[in-house]
Design a protein around this ligand. Structure first.
Ligand code: SAM
Length: 246
């Protein structure tokens, strides 16, 4: 799907009709990462933790290939599952039975859920409970399901209301379970993570795409993160030289 089509669907059918938290910068980054994955032939299902009314899950549904499943986990105690499903299927009718919603309290999950095969996910959006133990639990339970090329997106990583999100990410990345995962890009709201060996690939692809003009590199942990939509941008050629230097 072309970005303009995805963006138009959000403008005309989602933005003012479906309440939720999913904004233009991340619509663009979701599309760009999906585009990079499709260009690279990286296959896999997609998954969201924290669906609410389906605002961001609709992007996963619209970007899914014909043989890919979209898994949606939520307690569905704030919004009934039927409402979220109806919103998603209204915008993504071709998804049909490939939309799989799982109701339950993610805080009680003690390991990767059995209905998704290990190494089966190419895209994971974590947007459920935002406190430190819950985010850490979600990262531990769901990142083993990612393919080697997969991307995990952590919502509200920079919101002072949710200090546990970045602390959980740091603890996870420094733990034996997460030491192969690193953040590679940041929007105003979300941190984008992948396996270490894919960090430079995603960063180079984002820079060379030319779709985001205002970016810079920031040292984080033992690597660097591409700050997207920054007020202090560096020219693309400077970013590419920095990425080449390592
Ligand atoms: C911030 S909302 C998700 C926003 C959504 N991604 C969007 O695009 O608008 C958080 C969601 O997490 C769900 N949630 C809260 N606590 C949960 C829990 N313990 N287990 C599973 N889901 C939970 C809520 O029901 C809510 O739908």
């Amino acid at each position: 799907m072309e970005f303009s089509r995805l963006f138009r669907i959000y403008q005309e059918h989602v933005e003012n009709q479906i309440e939720g938290w999913f904004y233009n910068h991340d619509i663009l980054l979701f599309w760009l990462i999906d585009f990079i994955q499709k260009q690279g032939g990286f296959r896999g299902d997609t998954c969201e933790l924290g669906v609410y009314k389906g605002k961001s899950a609709i992007a996963l549904g619209l970007l899914a290939r014909a043989d890919e499943t979209v898994f949606c986990f939520d307690a569905f105690h704030e919004v009934p599952q039927a409402v979220a499903e109806a919103n998603i299927l209204r915008c993504c009718p071709e998804l049909g039975k490939r939309l799989v919603c799982i109701a339950g309290d993610l805080r009680h999950l003690e390991g990767p859920p059995g209905m998704i095969e290990r190494g089966g996910l190419r895209f994971l959006h974590l947007d459920a409970v935002h406190d430190h133990p819950s985010v850490l639990n979600d990262l531990n339970n769901f990142t083993p399901l990612l393919t080697g090329h997969g991307v995990a997106v952590l919502d509200d990583c920079f919101d002072p209301e949710w200090p546990g999100v970045p602390t959980a990410m740091a603890e996870f990345c420094l733990s034996p379970e997460g030491r192969h995962i690193r953040p590679f890009a940041a929007s105003r709201a979300k941190m984008y993570l992948c396996a270490r060996h894919m960090v430079r690939t995603y960063q180079r692809c984002i820079v060379t795409s030319g779709l985001i003009r205002d970016m810079s590199l920031e040292r984080v942990l033992d690597g660097s993160v591409l700050r997207c939509f920054t007020n202090w941008p560096a020219p693309p050629e400077t970013l590419l030289a920095q990425l080449d230097e390592g």
